[in-house]
Every structure is written in structure tokens, then in C-alpha cells.
Design a protein around this ligand. Structure first.
Ligand SMILES: Nc1ncnc2c1ncn2[C@@H]1O[C@H](COP(=O)(O)OP(=O)(O)OP(=O)(O)O)[C@@H](O)[C@H]1O
Length: 249
């Protein structure tokens, strides 16, 4: 469902080019939840940003449901639009539009990408907000809702075009344990619908609770990949052991 092949992404800082991702390859089946792990700065968020076409890369390709994103000259706007419909992203800070209501935030993509009427898009938004338990906040503005509610709204917005792939950056960063459990239930329900979920996290307990598989990123490549229990119970790579040491502190 989601395939990342040989992704190389270089950033230039002060005139010096550095490969943030050297050659990242990673495949997710439909319905799979994968925890993407690695020490701070390993490039986890960068993988997500590339996979949602927010950051250009120099080599490799990303394929979702047969639609490929490749490097090279800036892709045509229509090709980019086609790809972006296939993938939703939930940012760590949620990135909701503050001047729009909750309902308008979720209705934006159906309005513009699918050219739905305001009434149709509002209906889609209300159904999604309802399924995520935040429909009662539909007319509020982002500044008026809690962090947990904002995350649910951000998930609803990411699902507005019904993408087969959902990406989430550090979803438990600001959640208390009860909300973490509720989030795990929500994510499992989304995967049960056949979506592939790629989630960056430092939270090993959450990874165990929600993910089927794990991938560990280090030095610009995936150094460990397998069932989440196998990766965390029998870490084979130094970087995985480092993550476990940090978690134990
Ligand atoms: N906008 C940017 N411009 C330049 N360099 C960046 C930018 N964002 C991140 N970096 C650098 O790219 C590398 C990878 O960063 P990234 O945020 O992907 O790592 P991460 O594994 O998600 O880290 P964390 O766990 O701390 O969120 C780091 O060295 C970081 O300093």
C-alpha cells in the first residue's frame, strides 16, 4: 500500500550539503501500523514530510496505491495533487488553520480537492468529526479547544479525502495516559478499515500497544525492521538499544 524505495534526501546548511536520509526503504501493507523510531535527529519527521510531498528528495520513489512520487524537476501540479490525495498527515502541533472553525478545517480539502459544494463538504466534515468524538466542537475555533480535541480534529482533517495512508508525527507527545489509550483505539480502528499508518514515536510503550511492526532509523537508513515485539524484545542494532536505554530513564 505504501512503498518507500531508496529515498535520499539532502539538505544544504551554510553551503554544506548533508544527506539527512541516505537510502531509506520501507513498505507497509494495507491495515498495517508501523512505528518509525530512532534517536532525536535521526530523520523520522523528514521521512514523513517527504512522504506527504512537503519536502523534495534527490533519489528514490514513494508509491501509494500505484501513484508514484519521484524526484527530478518539480512535479506537475496535477500529479502532485493526485499523490497528496492518497496520504493524510497529522502534524505534531496539529497545524490547524486558526482563522477557520473546526468544521471548516475539515471541510477545506473536500471543498477544494473534490470541488464539493459547501453543504456536501460540511456533511463529510460532520460525519468525520462525529466518528472521532469531537462533533460537539464543530463550530469552535482551534484556540478554543483542548490539545486532545485538536489532535482528533487534525486526524479528521487528514482523513477528509479518505486516503489509504495516514502519517502521524509524535502523536503521544502531549497526551496523558488515558488519552494515549483512546488514541491507540482510534488508530487501530483506522487500520482495521484497511489503512496503512506510519507513526513516528519515542514512546516505546505506545509503540507496543498500537503498532504491528517497527522500523528503526539511524544514519539515514532503516537499520531494523520487523514485528514490533521482535524489534523491541530482541534489539539487534546499537541504535535500538540506545532508544531502550533512553526510555528506561
Ligand atoms: N527545516 C529544517 N532545515 C534544516 N535542517 C533540518 C530541518 N528540519 C530538520 N532538520 C535537520 O534534519 C535532521 C533530521 O531531522 P528530523 O526532524 O527529521 O529528525 P527526527 O528523527 O524527527 O527528530 P526528533 O525525534 O527530534 O523529532 C536533523 O539533523 C535536523 O536538525
Amino acid at each position: 500500500m505504501l512503498t518507500i524505495e531508496g529515498l535520499r534526501l539532502t539538505r544544504t546548511h551554510d553551503g554544506i550539503a548533508r544527506d539527512v536520509l541516505q537510502e531509506v526503504s520501507l513498505s507497509l501493507q494495507a491495515g498495517e501500523i508501523c512505528a518509525l523510531m530512532g534517536v532525536s535527529g535521526a530523520g523520522k519527521s523528514t521521512v514523513l514530510r517527504a512522504a506527504v510531498a512537503l519536502e523534495p528528495f534527490q533519489a528514490g520513489r514513494i508509491v501509494i496505491d500505484g501513484v508514484a512520487l519521484t524526484p527530478g524537476p518539480v512535479p506537475q501540479e496535477s500529479a502532485l495533487r493526485n499523490f497528496r490525495r492518497k496520504v493524510g498527515m497529522v502534524f505534531q502541533q496539529h497545524a490547524l488553520f486558526t482563522h477557520l472553525t473546526v468544521q471548516q478545517n475539515v471541510a477545506l480539502a473536500p471543498r477544494h480537492a473534490l470541488a464539493q459544494s459547501p453543504a456536501q463538504a460540511a456533511e463529510v466534515a460532520m460525519a468525520l468529526l462525529d466518528s472521532l468524538g469531537v462533533v460537539h466542537r464543530a463550530q469552535a475555533y482551534p484556540s478554543q479547544i483542548s490539545g486532545g480535541e485538536a489532535q482528533r480534529v487534525a486526524i479528521a482533517r487528514a482523513l477528509a479525502l479518505d486516503p489509504p495512508v495516514l502519517l502521524m508525527d509524535e502523536p503521544t507527545a502531549a497526551l496523558d495516559p488515558a488519552r494515549r489509550g483512546a488514541l491507540a483505539d482510534t488508530l487501530r480502528a483506522l487500520a482495521a478499515q484497511g489503512r496503512s499508518l506510519l507513526i513516528t514515536t519515542h514512546d516505546l510503550a505506545f509503540a507496543r500497544a498500537v503498532a504491528d511492526t517497527a522500523a528503526v532509523l539511524a544514519d539515514g537508513v532503516v537499520v531494523e525492521r520487523g514485528a514490533v515485539t521482535q524489534v523491541l524484545d530482541t534489539p539487534r542494532h546499537e541504535e535500538t538499544r540506545k532508544l531502550m536505554a533512553v526510555d528506561a530513564q
